[in-house]
Design a protein around this ligand. Structure first.
Ligand code: XMP
Ligand code: MG
Length: 178
């Protein structure tokens, strides 16, 4: 496994896959006999959503929307959402890579709620502790982490490192804990 010098390993591919299976088990139970519409938030959730989708049982549909609030490693607070989804009367599961300030997800949730889905829940692979500016109700959380900027498993730093099969801390990124 190639680990660049500026990265510190946080979760191995095995730990990630084990968590995905756990999440998928719970979600499959909760949505038994229901058609589930996964809505992934691009770009960060593309790998998690692909793994989750393959671990779920039952009828699922896959959608993506694009949201961005980050410039480099800091949330800009301004969230831009783009999609053409029709989710009225659908069971929707929002799939996020990571929850930080909560600004992105809360904006997306409002956006989806306006379409009157049959139900709406939130699944995030990672959740940062102590960083919320707005509270977001999360129904499925993989791992809760300290406030460090992380990359890999779909997550990037200026578009780099998305392809890594592990999740790592960026050693020299600015964070509130440093
Ligand atoms: P907010 O602050 O709106 O952020 O909850 C959610 C989105 O910001 C991105 N994000 C990160 N991306 N490493 C990343 O690569 C991080 O540590 C990180 N923290 C937030 C991510 O796209 C998430 O959907
Ligand atoms: Mg994202």
């Amino acid at each position: 496994m190639y680990l660049p010098e500026n990265l510190e390993l946080l979760y191995t591919p095995d730990q990630i896959q084990q968590k995905v299976i756990e999440l998928a088990e719970q979600i499959s139970i909760d949505y038994v006999n229901k058609e589930l519409h996964l809505v992934g938030v691009l770009k960060g959730s593309f790998i998690f959503l692909a793994d989750l989708a393959r671990a779920l049982r039952g009828q699922i549909y896959v959608h993506f929307l694009h949201a961005s609030s980050y410039a480099s490693t800091q949330s800009t607070g301004k969230v831009e959402i783009r999609h053409g989804l029709r989710l009225k009367n659908k069971h929707v599961l929002l799939v996020e890579d990571i929850l930080d300030t909560g600004l992105t997800s809360s904006q997306i949730i409002k956006d989806i709620q306006m379409q009157h889905p049959a139900s709406m829940k939130v699944c995030t692979f990672l959740s940062k502790r102590g960083t919320r500016q707005v509270s977001v109700e999360t129904d499925y959380v993989g791992y809760t982490i300290d406030n460090h900027f992380v990359v890999g498993y779909g997550m990037d730093m200026n578009e780099k490192y998305r392809e890594l099969s592990y999740i790592a801390y960026l050693k020299d990124a600015p964070s509130d804990n440093d």
